[in-house]
Design a protein around this ligand. Sequence first.
Ligand SMILES: Nc1ncnc2c1ncn2[C@@H]1O[C@H](COP(=O)(O)OP(=O)(O)OP(=O)(O)O)[C@@H](O)[C@H]1O
Length: 238
Amino acid sequence: MSEVLLKAEGVGKRFGGFVALHQVDIELRAGERLGLIGPNGSGKSTFVNCISGDFAAHDGKVTLGGAVLDGLKPHRRARLGLARTFQLPQPFGSLSVLENVRVPVLFAGQAPSATARALECLEQVELAGKADCLPKELTQVELRRLELARAIALNPKLLIADEAMAGLSNAEVDQIIALLFRLNAAGTAIIMIEHIMRAVTAFAERLVVFVAGRKIADGPPRAVLALRDVEDAYLGRQ
Ligand SMILES: Nc1ncnc2c1ncn2[C@@H]1O[C@H](COP(=O)(O)OP(=O)(O)OP(=O)(O)O)[C@@H](O)[C@H]1O
């Protein structure tokens, strides 16, 4: 079995008096494909934001490949191999598609030619033909692919895809799933946060379920989805 890549222990987050995350533990192995699911407001994005450094957690400890992430800004975490996409794509609006990818390539600082590497990332997401466009000229699915190209440009050991498929057609969802599989086959561990259950069950080899800021299940998808507590959460009985 491959080594532990991400170790989150007792991660807690409050917003004022409201506890959004209650001491959550999650371990992820190198190259693993994890689906993180749960009803709206259950704390999935808050957890991801605590892992990526976009939010400061109030409790807990997070390591990536043995390196302690606590207290590090998002860009320092990115350097250690953690990339994430956002629910709402956040490209630089005044930069071309290619330039948008060159920025993280230059940040990662490993490619002999930033332009060549950026184009390679765009090819991986089948967006090289739009290299000279501005983000506003892209369709929804192209914007999602650009967001993924910018994450890939960081050469991540772990990619967290936060609702990368929301609002897409079935065919477009399939394209993103295929892209994530290719990335995973090249060695990147992936946490997929998604409401589209078909996508999660097609992709994930393990599921974690959050309800009201707590992890209520963690295991193989079929077993997790058969749990009464999970069914209740989705039917609003909790
Ligand atoms: N910046 C914030 N300030 C105050 N409350 C917040 C903030 N971010 C999230 N919350 C609250 O924390 C709880 C968890 O939200 P979070 O966005 O993590 O849930 P989620 O599971 O990702 O939901 P969704 O599936 O709808 O994206 C919610 O009650 C939300 O209103």
